[in-house]
Ligand binder design. Structure first.
Ligand code: GLU
Length: 430
């Protein structure tokens, strides 16, 4: 690798949890660094001692790790670099580029235009006269954000600063500092904000905003990453589901949109469903097993795997998978939903009679998905009804719902004894 390989960073303030917007910014920086064979660095901006906590730092690191966003080199803590910030302020003061103001050091903003070629927005310019001199070191000698960021980015040899649009107004101040220090400018790029479906800035009103909440909700990290990548970036065409390698290969600043992105929970759940279907049951097992245990179900591994394989294509989250697996392994977890209740209520006698007819043939059937299918279809034919008329009461009795995997698979997953017992109980109680 040459010395000109890009160096990017994510610089969260540990004053809260890892927000989806921050995670998205981290992801874009990470994708660009990986695309270019550069470095992705992490700097914890913990200068606000009152609001920064170790717990938040840990949650941010855990969130990045969960998303698979590994960082290069050692973690940098801004709070440990205050001496460098002070030295730099003192140097600017000594050179007459800053002045004392009530014990604080204030930077003297040169007049004239401050402009840059933004990697996302194109040329952006400000008038120095509109920005005014600003404090860089408080009278207690603690640094102000704009000074600390520039000093740290310089020391970390950052070549590209990619961050949220909310930082656009800081950039001219930072550029003025780079120039006063005689340092070359990095490339600046500002990524669009993330809004809720109502077009307002994404907030708790719209639902969960912390990455950890999505993890607990049963979103897969690969799905979350894919979803975040598309918040403000498009690989072109209508490409949506991408492997990590594809994202790395396709990522470019040119694909970053200028307008705000919309966080659409329905789309995230849809995408997670796609990932659940693509993920082998064995790989879902470690995520589903603890959720099952929480539901009080302790099925053996084989039974659980079979059930996961049957339900994962019709699930939105791993929690959803766990609930459906629970219903298949333990009748206590069957919750009869409104649609199912309505269907039974349309013709309770027919529902009961259908279950009884099925029971009679099922008792004499070999318990394999193939034999079960054959037997039930033969029954429908003999009765001169559509196969669905036979399948649906079984589905409702075993799952409490009106949609599931094919009924022969469902019967197979529930198992012979349990299935017959449950169908008998359903027929008896109707
Ligand atoms: N610490 C800043 C924040 O969390 C980010 C600074 C930057 O990326 O330049 O908003």
């Amino acid at each position: 690798m040459t010395s000109t390989a890009p160096r990017l960073r994510f610089a969260p303030s540990p004053t809260g949890y890892l927000h989806v917007g921050g995670a998205r910014t981290a992801l874009f920086n990470w994708l660009y660094a990986r695309h270019e064979g550069g470095k992705f660095l992490l700097r914890i901006e913990d200068t606000d001692k009152a609001r920064s906590t170790d717990e938040h730092t840990q949650v941010i690191l855990d969130g990045l790790t969960w998303l698979g966003l590994d960082w290069d080199e050692e973690l940098v803590f801004q709070g440990a670099r205050v001496k460098r910030h002070q030295e730099t302020a003192d140097r600017l003061l000594a050179e007459g580029k800053a002045y004392m103001d009530e014990g604080a050091i204030r930077f003297r903003l040169p007049p004239g235009e401050i402009a840059w070629e933004d990697a996302v927005h194109g040329r952006i310019s400000f008038q120095g006269a509109d920005i005014k001199d600003f404090i860089i070191l408080r009278s207690d000698r603690t640094p102000i954000y704009n000074l600390a960021v520039v000093v740290d980015d310089l020391d970390m040899r950052i070549t590209h600063v990619l961050r949220g649009d909310d930082h656009i107004s800081n950039t001219p101040k930072q550029i003025a500092l780079y120039q006063a220090l005689g340092a070359p400018l990095p490339v600046f790029g500002h990524v669009p904000m993330i809004n809720g479906p109502d077009g307002k800035k994404l907030s708790k009103r719209h639902g969960a905003t912390a990455v950890g909440d999505y993890q607990h909700m049963g979103i897969l990290p690969a799905a979350m990453r894919n979803f975040l990548a598309l918040l403000g970036w498009s690989p072109g065409g209508d490409r949506e589901i991408m492997t990590l390698d594809e994202m790395i290969r396709l990522f470019s600043f040119a694909g970053i949109q200028q307008k705000a992105a919309i966080f659409d929970m329905t789309k995230l759940e849809w995408m997670n469903g796609q990932y659940l279907s693509m993920t082998p049951a064995e790989d879902l097992y470690p995520l589903v097993a603890p959720q099952l245990a929480q539901l009080g179900v302790n099925g053996n591994r084989d039974a659980v795997l079979k059930a996961i394989a049957a339900v994962k294509t019709r699930s939105r989250t791993t929690l959803d998978v766990a609930r459906q697996v629970a219903a298949r392994l333990d009748a206590k977890h069957v919750v009869v939903d409104e649609k199912a209740k309505k269907e039974i209520a349309k013709d309770p006698a027919g529902y009961k009679a259908s279950l009884e007819a099925s029971l009679a043939v099922l008792k004499a059937t070999e318990w394999t998905p193939e034999a079960l299918e054959r037997t039930l279809r033969a029954l429908a034919e003999q009765k001169g009804v559509a196969a669905g008329k036979i399948f649906q009461p079984i589905r409702i009795a075993l799952t409490g719902g009106t949609v599931s995997e094919p009924v022969n698979e469902l019967l197979y997953v529930v198992g012979r004894d349990a299935a017959l017992r449950r169908l008998e109980a359903a027929a008896r109680e109707t």
